[in-house]
Design a binder for this molecule. Structure first.
Ligand code: X8Z
Ligand code: ZN
Length: 617
């Protein structure tokens, strides 16, 4: 599910249309004898657009809310064999689809957009957004849209209703993640990793069906494939997006090569392997997809796990809120705490919930919620900050200057960047010391700290911009054949991440489908790669220009100027062009410069450590 928007069909928008006002055109204008003094002037194009958008937006917001409420229920209460929720969600999403994709609305949107030069910029932006949304559910192919909605609801239920088993017992994904961070026995690690991949084959048929339905939906409005459709949200073609993510990947590649070499040797030592493998076995890494290796390093004096375990999950959410408040953001609405689903289900619950973190803007107004399974540990500490970033983004662009259709990020990557930035800030030593989470007087190793950060942020790039983006581009645009899905996944993992599966993984498996986004947030994972690049650009600016602190050792806490800087970016939603926003706020275009510079001091250390070691990528 789109982490921060509604799941596809919804995010995608909606349906049955309110009757459009009849457009006066040259031919339909009154022909009676002109009486210039009394005759009301025919409405201008801008006035017509205003009237249309008023009506459209009200209906859009109403249907969006219904769809979000239904999706919320479908994602927080998954009961095996019970189809009530699925039925209600499908119906709500169909109503949205029938409205947003109605032929009448599409016609009218195009007609108004044909008179762009007579409209205001914000009118044009809203009409374009509505037309973009329409392409996700055009009613000219109503049957395809309907089947797709049903298939997506079913895929979500399968994905989050799955019962993971390890050593004969049911386990949660939190359990598996914890085991992968802690287990030192390589044979056991392989079993855990394999247990985490058991869901893949159960999702294959549904995913292949969804690929066709997603492609067919957007093709009806002229997009060649679903990946291209999603990239167009940034004003880019598929090729332009792939060129951009490949460039980012290349810029981080020298650092990744050092990290990869370092990890092979260090992990071989840790697991008592005489032979250092050329490529990293996926089961050696402390994350199901090898997208974050930071748990490999424990920086003495900065390990948060014990203190977070002691303070507990609730404290983490409250602490993240306090951090945002300290920058000048409001307290969260009471309904956030009443309506969110923040913690794991109690043991023995008779239903399941979505196990991946997300944030929701239920009514495009003040009803904001988060769905998480927070436990007291570093990973959830960062994720909590990440999700509240979405929540504060929602609340900040919910203002009279931003109409409902533009209550979105400057682009999707900005939405992902805000909270991840706060997550990074909330782990730096001066911040932690200020809050008494670590002892300020304890000497800590700066190189190890930077190494741990690189194993989180830099290691993520080849996964997000390489493996995920290349696989989905090929899946949607090149129609990757059904008997090459897993082979392609592992070829990309080897090429970009230098990771191989512990044993041969044939086409009876479907390892990409174990990543939730492949199923319910399709063809958008480059958002996260771009979000990391943006977050380092923002962090660099905040540290150097606002705080006048070393970017490696900042403390944002309590700084209202930092809060104002972030709120200025959030406030216009998508009513302002994303490139302009970045240029105005940081003086830079989108670039990996800040990220590369941040990790530059680590290169000498890694080269030293890797001296005499064999490089394989
Ligand atoms: O999916 C997420 C967020 C969704 S709001 C928790 N993230 C990516 C992932 O988990 O794969 C955050 C960073 C990467
Ligand atoms: Zn997110």
């Amino acid at each position: 599910m789109k982490k921060y928007l509604l799941p596809i069909a919804t995010a995608t928008l909606l349906a049955a249309c309110a009757p459009t006002a009849k457009t006066p055109t040259a031919t339909s204008l009154p022909t009676a004898t002109p009486q210039p003094t009394t005759q009301p002037a025919a409405p201008t194009w801008s006035e017509q657009a205003e009237a249309f958008l008023r009506e459209y937006s009200a209906e859009y917001q109403r249907l969006y809310t219904e769809s979000a409420e239904a999706e919320w229920r479908s994602n927080t209460r998954i009961v095996a064999g019970d189809t009530t929720n699925a039925g209600a969600t499908a119906r709500a999403n169909e109503r949205m689809a029938a409205f947003s994709g109605s032929a009448q609305n599409i016609r009218r949107l195009r007609e108004l957009l044909d008179h762009k030069q007579d409209l205001t910029e914000i009118q044009v932006k809203q009409l374009q957004t509505a037309l973009y949304n329409a392409a996700n559910s055009p009613q000219t192919v109503a049957d395809v849209v309907k089947r797709r909605i049903k298939a997506e609801t079913q895929q979500t239920e399968k994905l989050y209703g799955f019962d993971y088993k390890y050593q004969g017992k049911s386990v949660t994904t939190n359990d598996l993640d914890e085991l992968l961070r802690k287990e030192n026995n390589p044979a056991k690690r392989q079993q855990i990793w394999e247990a985490s991949k058991a869901i893949g084959p159960t999702l294959k048929e549904g995913l292949l069906n969804l690929r066709d339905l997603r492609n067919q939906t957007v093709q009806a409005l002229g997009y060649p494939d679903y990946f291209t459709y999603q990239a167009s949200d940034y004003g880019m073609t598929r090729e332009e997006m792939m060129t951009l993510v490949r460039r980012i990947n290349e810029e981080l590649r020298p650092l990744y090569r050092e990290l990869h070499t370092y990890a092979r040797y260090e992990l071989a030592k840790k697991y008592n392997q005489k032979q250092v493998p050329d490529y990293l076995p996926a089961s050696w890494l402390p994350n199901r997809w090898g997208q974050d290796w930071s748990a490999m390093v424990d920086v003495k004096g900065l390990n948060l796990d014990p203190v977070l375990a002691k303070k507990g999950a609730e404290w983490q959410v409250k602490q993240a809120e306090r951090f945002y408040q300290s920058l000048g953001f409001q307290a969260l609405p009471a309904s956030f705490y009443e309506k969110s689903s923040l913690y794991p289900l109690p043991k023995g619950a008779t239903y399941k919930k979505n196990n991946h973190a997300s944030a929701w803007h239920i009514d495009l107004n003040q009803d904001v919620r988060s769905l998480m399974s927070v436990e007291g540990n570093t990973e959830w500490y960062e994720t909590t900050h990440h999700e509240l970033g979405h929540i504060y983004y929602y609340l900040t662009y919910t203002n009279p200057g931003v109409p409902p259709l533009l209550r979105q990020g400057a682009n999707r990557a900005y939405h992902e960047a805000m909270g991840s930035l706060m997550g990074l800030a909330a782990t730096q030593k001066p911040f932690l010391a200020g809050l008494n989470l670590v002892d300020a007087k304890t000497q800590t190793d700066q190189t190890q700290t930077l190494l741990k950060e690189a194993l989180n942020y830099a290691v993520f790039i080849p996964f997000a911009s390489g493996v995920m983006s290349e696989w989905e581009s090929s899946f949607y645009a090149d129609k990757l054949p059904a008997d090459q899905l897993n082979a392609k996944w592992w070829a990309l993992a080897k090429q970009y991440q230098g990771i191989v599966p512990p044993t041969t993984r044939g086409e009876q498996y479907l390892d990409p489908a174990t990543k939730t986004h492949i199923n319910d947030d399709p063809a958008q994972y480059y958002d996260y790669a771009l979000s990391y690049v943006i977050l380092f650009q923002l962090h660099d600016h905040i540290a150097k220009k606002i705080l006048k602190q070393d970017p490696h050792a900042t403390n944002y806490y309590g700084n209202k100027e930092v809060g104002a800087f972030l709120a200025d970016i959030m406030r216009p939603g998508s009513s302002k062009d994303w490139r302009t926003v970045l240029k105005e706020k940081t003086g830079e275009d989108l670039s990996a410069r800040a990220m590369v510079e941040y990790f530059q001091p680590l290169m000498a250390y890694l080269k030293q450590q890797n001296k005499g070691r064999k490089y394989t990528m």
